[in-house]
Design a protein around this ligand. Structure first.
Ligand code: AMP
Ligand code: ZN
Length: 136
């Protein structure tokens, strides 16, 4: 299904032009309009899913193989030094466009970006308590 008021539905289906590097029946991969680094792309399915939780399993199964293929293409063409895959779900997690997408972000020495997590030092027993909440 497409969603009428969704910009990524329009971009993925070619209703609005994009800088496309790859397209198939299920996906379009195009340059992010506000790239974090040179070659920053988005993998966007042609059907609308709000986020990862809503993503169709069959379409979802194709995302990582496609990411791998694009990563290799970008290595060949742009010679990146490292690579981040980022996929945001929900406003608090940084999602601004509510149509599932995955960021492909080539990394270069001294590119000035930093996606590092802030590590914490859990109190004694804290991890076990969380584990119990999740698996019980
Ligand atoms: P997120 O914050 O994970 O939802 O990412 C949304 C991304 O979409 C951002 O990196 C934007 O720069 C990008 N974006 C938004 N509109 C467009 C557009 N028209 N063409 C290309 N990229 C876009
Ligand atoms: Zn959409």
């Amino acid at each position: 299904m497409k969603k009428d008021d969704c910009i990524f539905c329009k971009l993925a289906n070619g209703e609005i032009p994009t800088n496309t590097i790859y397209e198939d029946d299920d996906f379009r991969v195009f340059l992010d309009a506000a790239p974090a680094t040179k070659g920053h792309c988005l993998i966007v399915p042609k059907e609308h899913y709000d986020n990862l939780a809503e993503l169709d399993d069959e379409v979802g199964a194709k995302v990582i193989p496609l990411a791998k293929k694009m990563m290799k293409l970008l290595k060949e063409k742009l010679s990146w030094d490292g690579f981040n895959l980022i996929q945001n779900n929900g406003r608090i997690a940084g999602q601004t466009v509510f149509h599932f997408h995955m960021h492909l972000i080539p990394r270069y020495t001294d590119d000035g970006q930093n996606f590092d997590m802030k590590p914490s030092e859990p109190e004694e027993g804290a991890l076990q308590a969380v584990l119990k909440e999740i698996v019980s």
